[in-house]
Design a protein. Structure first.
Length: 176
């Protein structure tokens, strides 16, 4: 099963590399641009992800389970949801970093609703993204979007957790 998965991945990567190579030889601008953007994306991820994963690893080792359970656990109440939003606002790297940290939070005892709030907020409420949005769309739009988005994402996370927690839902580690 895994061999087929890797063969398919290898085929896809090889086909793309061949496309970029042929594009470079023939001067096909779309293919050349695609290759340059892929290289740029890989270099950005290579500079962002290793430090982020080191920080996540240190978080997993240094932060005690009792602290997470107290501030983000089942009994944390609305305070846990607010902490999740504050934590998400500081995430650099978006969901590439937020998803592994959400898994670590679950292992440390955070409630499912708080984790869902954290993941949702990490997708839409990061400080760098907010500053970028503020400079292009203005303060009214940014404030209005936060005022609408934050209560809705918290409500959705709460409802999902109320539905999934009794059914024993857990965030899986993945299959590799």
């Amino acid at each position: 099963m895994k061999i087929k998965k890797y063969t398919r991945s290898l085929f896809t990567v090889s086909a793309f590399a061949l496309f970029v190579l042929i594009s470079a030889l023939t001067g096909y601008q779309t293919g050349i641009t695609s290759g340059k953007r892929l290289i740029y994306f890989i270099s950005e991820m290579a500079s962002l992800l290793p430090p982020a994963f080191v920080i996540i690893g240190l978080f997993e080792v240094w932060v005690k389970r009792e602290h997470i359970e107290q501030h983000l656990g089942e009994d944390s109440g609305i305070k846990g949801y607010l902490w999740a939003i504050v934590l998400a606002a500081t995430v650099v790297g978006g969901l590439y970093v937020a998803l592994p940290l959400g898994y670590v939070l679950q292992k440390k005892g955070a409630s499912l609703g708080v984790i869902f709030t954290y993941l949702n907020a990490a997708a839409i409420c990061r400080i760098p993204m907010g500053l970028f949005e503020l400079s292009f769309l203005g303060p009214k739009f940014t404030i209005l979007r936060f005022l609408v988005s934050l209560p809705l994402l918290t409500l959705i996370a709460y409802l999902f957790s109320r539905y999934l927690t009794p059914r024993g839902y857990k965030i899986s580690e993945g299959t590799g």
